[in-house]
Design a protein around this ligand. Structure first.
Ligand code: ZN
Length: 195
């Protein structure tokens, strides 16, 4: 919409990171409670996408003259590698200026970024060896669960684990069990009530 040589791009996206588990409301139901919309992508970025579309509609219907063309650009691969943006710029006009209504209102001008880290252990230690660790489905989502297999009895680690979590005010409790298999692996799970 609008007129002019220059193009204002509003860059949104409708893909989401994996939903994960333990939702109070269904991740893809778009439930409204306490005046808030709950669902995967409600904030990032389907909610802001619809808000931007409504804003454009209101400006258009109000007959406000624009000296630029305005285009809502909706991507479908923002969370995984921006293939949608690369394709757009192969085929379509590059905006002169633009903004991305993504996440919390009114403005976010920086993100922390993502680190992909690989930890390794060079030697076997007699106790406390971390044998396996799993948490989250993707690097760009907040994990709801973490699970470690360690080479130490659960009873020995439980109190230390819980006091560590208490020191960060996570309010977590440890659930775990000992497996009497040939590798003598022990398992500890976190974190009920963790943030
Ligand atoms: Zn986003």
């Amino acid at each position: 919409m609008g007129e002019g040589d220059e193009l204002l791009g509003i860059l949104c996206h409708v893909d989401v990171v994996p939903a994960g588990s333990n939702w109070t409301y269904g991740p893809f139901e778009g439930s409204v409670a306490d005046g808030k919309l709950f669902g995967r992508g409600a904030i990032d970025d389907k909610g802001p996408t619809i808000a931007a579309w409504h804003a454009m509609k209101m400006v258009k219907e109000a007959g406000i003259p624009l000296n630029k063309r305005v285009r809502l650009i909706i991507g479908t691969d923002e969370e995984s590698g921006f293939r949608c943006v690369r394709r757009y710029f192969e085929k379509e006009e590059m905006p002169t200026i633009g903004f991305a209504p993504d996440a919390d209102f009114p403005i976010i001008n920086a993100e922390k970024g993502i680190s992909s880290l690989v930890f390794s252990q060079k030697t076997n230690t007699p106790d406390g060896q971390l044998l396996d660790f799993k948490s989250g489905n993707r690097t760009n989502m907040v994990p709801d669960h973490a699970q470690a297999v360690i080479g130490i009895g659960f009873a020995e680690i439980k109190d230390r684990f819980e006091s560590f979590m208490d020191s960060y005010d996570y309010g977590a409790t440890a659930n775990g069990n000992d497996h009497d298999n040939d590798k003598c692996q022990r398992e500890i799970r976190s974190c009920d009530g963790a943030q």
